[in-house]
Design a binder for this molecule. Sequence first.
Ligand code: UDP
Length: 235
Amino acid sequence: MPKYRRILLKFSGEALMGKVSYGIDPEMAQQIAQELQELNSMGIEIGLVIGGGNIFRGAGLAAAGMDRVTADHMGMLATVMNALALQDALERFNVFCRVMSAIRINEVCEDYIRRRAIRHLEKGRLVIFAAGTGNPFFTTDTAASLRAIEIGAELLIKATKVDGIYSADPLINPNAQFFPKLNYDQVIEHKLAVMDATAIIMCRDHSLPLRIFDMYKAGALTRIIKGEDVGTLVA
Ligand code: UDP
């Protein structure tokens, strides 16, 4: 029996890069879609937030001299492209899916309307929340915590390249300590690089548990949904 009925899953844009150095690796999109199809077929209601860092990040463009707000608009549009790629991959696995954008772009996808999003979920459709929060100076991590709270998700799951939260980057420092469980304030206080502070504070203030896991571990998502202790829990 699954432990959770409705979840919000956050993937960074880089998750879609797979073997390519920029943009979207269709093989990676298929791989993610296949895992999601399994959860969907278990009857889990899935909301998805996808980043845009594989295409554009506002801060990076601004550092190169671009106006920050324009740069963030480009970043948000990048997340729409990723959302469309994932929608396409999911549909090839016969998962009913809707992209809902925080920026109006009606020829391409639906607008984000909370009640409609919840209705889609209730009907078993996977909802991809695109364009972040719709506002510059925010991140898709914050969009993930915001949407999770709005739709009443029981768990926010963030897919990363490492299998949880460590005291330092384990890919650089082999002596980094692994934390199976932390509270929100520990993450904020020790500036543990897991999600930006705004996102963590939103989770804390609304008692939304957060789990960090390694997206490259096959079957990890399903184990999380069944209630197994995979990765790090922040609660
Ligand atoms: N962005 C934004 N507002 C939001 C979410 C995202 O302006 O609410 C922009 C911002 O420029 C960001 C880019 O979209 O750099 C891509 O999102 P993010 O960096 O969070 O993607 P990820 O690192 O998860 O791939």
